[in-house]
Design a protein around this ligand. Structure first.
Ligand code: PGA
Length: 198
């Protein structure tokens, strides 16, 4: 399985119960950013691909299996953290910390600002969700991240989810495979597991 970086917050945990159910199966999970994952898909390197933004124009099967809300994070001490119903346009005045190009999260953030015609003020580019959360906590700016990135750290009190109108943006996690590739017995078992357990 190849999966984008943000799935590290849940994919390894899903594999636990799957492997207990099928103890004879060995799994390799490759965690890469979206661009690397699309290269692997083009080279037909894996049985299954897990991502938040499936590519357009490729002959693939895509199946949503889990919600993937995108939230706006800010330092808990930020004035916006106390406001309700923040208009999206208010983000035009805020420095934003983004993932590096090639990330599905980065793509989604750029699209969200473009669709709403609001300028995106990039303060800094960072290579990981964890580094971004720490930068937000340190007061460097706001960030738009998958809510999943908060799941390992529910006690984190120095960042807050801002109540921006239209958020969370509801998206899905997808399992993707080439349409012309017959899934292996093992891949089918994992697909069934995702459909029934998640
Ligand atoms: P990323 O992908 O981990 O490369 O940002 C996340 C997504 O596709 O939503």
């Amino acid at each position: 399985i190849a999966a984008v970086t943000t799935t590290k917050y849940f994919m390894p945990r899903l594999l636990g119960p799957f492997c207990s159910q099928y103890p004879g199966i060995d799994i390799a999970l490759e965690v890469v950013n979206r661009d690397r994952l699309l290269e692997r898909l083009a080279r037909n390197q894996d049985d299954l691909y897990v991502m938040g933004v499936p590519p357009e124009g490729l002959d693939i099967e895509r199946e949503p299996f889990m919600e993937n809300p995108l939230v706006v994070l800010g330092p808990a001490s930020h004035p916006l953290a106390r406001r309700k119903r923040i208009p999206f346009a208010a983000l035009a005045n805020e420095p934003v910390i983004v993932r590096a190009r090639g990330s599905g999260t980065r793509l989604t953030v750029e699209r969200a600002f473009q669709e709403r015609n609001v300028p995106l003020q990039i303060r800094m580019e960072l290579g990981s969700n964890e580094a971004i959360k720490q930068a937000v906590a340190g007061g460097l700016g706001l960030a738009l991240l998958s809510q999943r990135t908060l799941s390992l750290d529910p006690g984190q009190t120095d960042v807050a989810i801002l109540k921006v109108e239209g958020f969370p943006i509801m998206r899905s996690w997808y399992v993707v495979r080439p349409r012309d590739k017959q899934p292996s017995v093992v891949a089918n078992a994992f697909l069934d597991f995702l459909r029934t357990h998640v």
